[in-house]
Ligand binder design. Structure first.
Ligand code: AMP
Ligand code: MG
Length: 343
């Protein structure tokens, strides 16, 4: 990679400064890479209509070329230039754009094959974060942007995560503070009916079901049409084990396992909804919070945090699989290499 120095600019997340976004937009238009916050996680953006720029995204992340990218747009006119919207996609866009949902629709010719990994469909999203939305608008082009992390790592929810993974590999990072939702968008295939959830995410499936028929999301079979999902994802350096069930049982089992591992001389990390439940255990404990919103928001950050503290193994408390909890458990299952156990 040729880029050596990365510029980092602090931007007001509620009312982003025009001048700073113009500088970022200039880089996008010239074929460079800009990392920016969205309401879900930080994205690594390039001009979606420029092949060479798009290829740089894969190089910077070490992302396999058969894993397609999501294209971010700022208005409906931009969508129609790159995609053939069907009636279902229109309905979902009208209800949920801008927001944490991605629609898979048939693509138009202008989208280069690298963006969609050769597929005839393209994944489209209109982010609601003011920095993301305004950056796309000022750039005047659709922006292809996967999460701004090295392939396989937990997605970045803070600028420091982007710096850790991509410093020296991107031209500019827009620092807009912590992202709000913390898990990626819900990916919906609108080319079939009932629509299919390819990846659960920030918009709960229950919300989508109020607007269109949704094929039952099979948590085990997963995602044949979402090519990228076959890769290991979201994984910390440490080994990860997920325990789920009644909360008091999970806490008791975690304590038991913690003792056992400490006996083997392993440094232990615990990802807990409530840290005080683990007092008295010799472990690094990160608290996520009680609500599913807090758990989603703090999840990826907690995994990165424990890696920094040098733990060998992490035990994470699972959550109930409803609402945002479906996305949280999906990420935990993948991050743990499917080492999750009911207690
Ligand atoms: P990421 O950008 O890392 O959050 O991942 C984007 C997700 O969207 C991956 O799971 C991709 O496989 C999925 N995706 C992107 N484009 C398509 C498409 N045309 N069809 C199906 N899934 C897609
Ligand atoms: Mg990603």
């Amino acid at each position: 990679m040729r880029i050596q120095e990365t510029i980092i600019i602090e931007v007001d997340p509620t009312n982003p400064e025009e001048k700073k976004l113009k500088r970022a937009a200039e880089i996008i238009r010239k074929g460079g890479l800009v990392a920016f916050p969205t309401e879900t996680v930080y994205g690594l953006g390039a001009n979606a209509l420029n092949r060479k720029a798009v290829i740089k995204i894969f190089e910077a992340k070490g992302r396999p070329m058969d894993n397609p990218l999501i294209v971010h747009i700022s208005d409906m006119k931009m969508i129609r230039e790159i995609a053939k919207m069907n009636e279902i996609a229109e309905r979902l866009a009208k209800k949920f754009f801008p927001g944490p949902i991605t629609l898979v629709v048939d693509k138009k010719e202008v989208i280069p094959p690298e963006v969609t990994a050769g597929l005839e469909t393209v994944a489209i999203r209109m982010p609601s974060h003011p920095i993301a939305l305004k950056l796309i608008k000022v750039s005047g082009v659709p922006i292809a942007a996967p999460s701004a992390n090295l392939a396989g790592k937990p997605s970045p929810t803070k600028t420091e995560h982007v710096i850790d993974d991509l410093y020296g590999k991107v031209d500019l990072i827009l620092d807009g503070g912590e992202t709000n939702i913390g898990v990626e968008s819900t990916v919906v295939d609108t080319t079939v009916y009932p629509v299919e959830i390819l990846r659960p995410g920030g918009l709960p499936i229950e919300e989508i079901r109020k607007v269109v028929d949704v094929k039952t999301f099979d948590r085990k079979v997963g995602v044949p049409k979402s090519p990228g999902m076959k890769y290991r994802h979201y994984a910390p350096e440490a080994e990860l084990i997920v325990l789920y069930g009644k909360r008091e049982d999970v806490i008791r089992k975690t304590k038991e396992m913690a003792e056992e591992m400490r006996g083997k001389g392993m440094k232990l990390g615990i990802v807990a909804t409530k840290a005080s439940a683990y007092s008295g255990i010799d472990a690094e404990v990160v608290e996520l919070g009680d609500s599913l919103e807090e758990v989603a928001k703090n999840l990826f950050s907690s995994l990165r945090d424990l890696d920094k503290r040098g733990v060998d193994i992490i035990i994470a408390e699972g959550v109930e699989e409803k609402g945002l909890g479906i996305a949280v458990m999906n990420r935990l299952k993948k991050a743990s290499g499917h080492r999750f156990y009911r207690v």
